[in-house]
Design a binder for this molecule. Structure first.
Ligand SMILES: Cc1ncc(COP(=O)(O)O)c(C=O)c1O
Length: 432
């Protein structure tokens, strides 16, 4: 339970709703993760927080690049323009040509502080009340619009693929004046699912039929494992420009989450609205960060980066297979997958089993995983695994737990009271 202050200072109820409806389990597990990270130190293996992918992907920016860039233009002496740095925008257009052979030069493009801040801006500035969100996705896609006063309507997914019938049924339940946008995320975190081009086209058919805008969070843009389902842009279907925007970020495949740089591309009117928001709110992204982002885009070799992520992913999937999870498959794309918890945990703890099995791995072995329920309220019996650590460290983890963890393992009953205690502690530290 959140502790609500009795003083005169009161927060809008939408902020409490954001935490209690969507973010509580996630924030609790960030606390659990910090707690065991301190205990295990170097031995801790973080497969949960998404705070950085720099341990997996090659480093694109060296210390001397920061220094050279800083010296070259004394960026810190002036306010940066809210419009975004041309060099970054041009580097982005060139990068997209390299990875997708798509030409974005005639599309509206803007620089933002990252995906989360883009979602904040969009859900403040757009008219309407209803944000349709696929039910398997990151918490911020639900909590940020909620904090801004929107109502979230979850759309069913099947193994991460959006259910078109459910989408259409839910769109029809509201009037067009009430729609804000549909949020999509492919490659999908947490399921590892990827839409095919024809599935994207079907989404475009449905949303254009009802005049609904699409926000595609495309945080992973070139890492996929299934040749039938590469990580494609929504603009592979040219019609998408009528009602879609796509958000790119430097946080994942480029390993630069601290830069706080993202790029939004697509429908002109939609992006203009986000620009107005950023101008009115004086949102400025430091020029140094934008120049470094441009360098990263120029230097990135998608093949080398995705091979690195793929080798971690392979070790993780094959490692769990060797512990008895024989049905586990490689994800279609991205950085995440869901792992069902051992049966004994499901029997004893039901919908909480994902949280308790995550806690078991955190506490006993310093393995930082979290409950899939953080992202997907219907997946209480799964944990989420992120490919955030180098493959060698993941391999060592499996060597260590080889005879200790398996799909048929028994429960350690002493665990439950420890779990309750740490969750209580987490909730007492409710600001994070
Ligand atoms: C699906 C997804 N989109 C976006 C982000 C974060 O993006 P940014 O750092 O650009 O705000 C995350 C971070 O975990 C994510 O999982």
């Amino acid at each position: 339970m959140l502790i609500v202050s009795k003083s005169q200072i009161q927060m809008k109820s939408s902020f409490w709703a954001a935490r209690s409806e969507f973010n509580q389990i996630y924030k609790n597990f960030l606390f659990v993760s910090d707690y065991y990270q301190k205990i295990y130190g170097e031995r801790y293996i973080d497969l949960f927080t998404a705070s950085t992918f720099s341990k997996v992907v090659p480093s694109l920016i060296a210390t001397k690049d920061y220094v050279n860039e800083l010296k070259s233009d004394m960026y810190y002496q002036e306010y940066p323009s809210p419009s975004g740095d041309d060099q970054l925008i041009n580097s982005f257009i060139d990068f997209i040509k390299r990875v997708y052979q798509l030409d974005f030069s005639s599309y509206e493009i803007m620089v933002c502080q990252g995906t989360m801040q883009a979602i904040d801006a969009i859900s403040r500035v757009l008219n309407g009340k209803i944000v349709f969100v696929m039910d398997s996705t990151v918490t911020f896609a639900k909590s940020i619009p909620t904090a801004n006063g929107a109502k979230i309507v979850l759309i069913k997914t099947n193994n991460g693929i959006i259910d078109f019938d459910d989408l259409e049924k839910k769109i029809k339940a509201y009037s067009p004046q009430e729609y804000m946008y549909l949020y999509l995320n492919y490659p999908n975190n947490p399921t590892g699912a990827q839409l095919s081009k024809s599935e994207f086209s079907k989404l475009i058919d449905i949303t254009q039929k009802y005049n609904l805008q699409i926000v595609h969070d495309h945080d992973i843009c070139f890492t996929s494992y299934d040749p039938e389902r590469p990580a494609i842009s929504i603009f592979a279907d040219k019609r998408a420009i009528e009602n879609s925007i796509e958000i790119y970020t430097l946080s994942k495949e480029f390993g630069l989450s601290g830069l706080r740089v993202g790029i939004i591309v697509g429908n002109k009117k939609f992006i203009r609205m986000i620009k107005y928001h950023n101008y009115e709110m004086n949102i400025m992204i430091p020029s140094l960060n934008q120049r470094l982002a441009a360098l990263a885009l120029q230097r990135a070799d998608p093949k080398i980066i995705s091979n690195k992520i793929q080798s971690t992913m392979k070790v993780l999937v094959e490692g769990f297979q060797s512990l008895g999870w024989t049905h586990l498959k490689m994800p279609q794309a991205g950085i995440a997958f869901l792992l069902p918890v051992p049966n004994s945990y499901v029997k004893e703890y039901g919908d909480k089993s994902g949280a308790i099995f995550s806690f078991y791995l955190q506490k006993n072995y310093g393995i930082g995983v979290g409950p899939a329920k953080c992202n997907c309220l219907t997946k209480g019996q799964y944990i989420r695994v992120l490919a955030m650590e180098p493959s060698e460290k993941c391999q060592k983890m499996f060597d260590f737990i080889k005879n200790k963890v398996n799909v048929d393992m028994e429960i350690d009953h002493r665990l439950y009271s420890d779990y309750c205690n740490i969750i209580q502690l987490a909730e007492e530290h409710d600001v994070r």
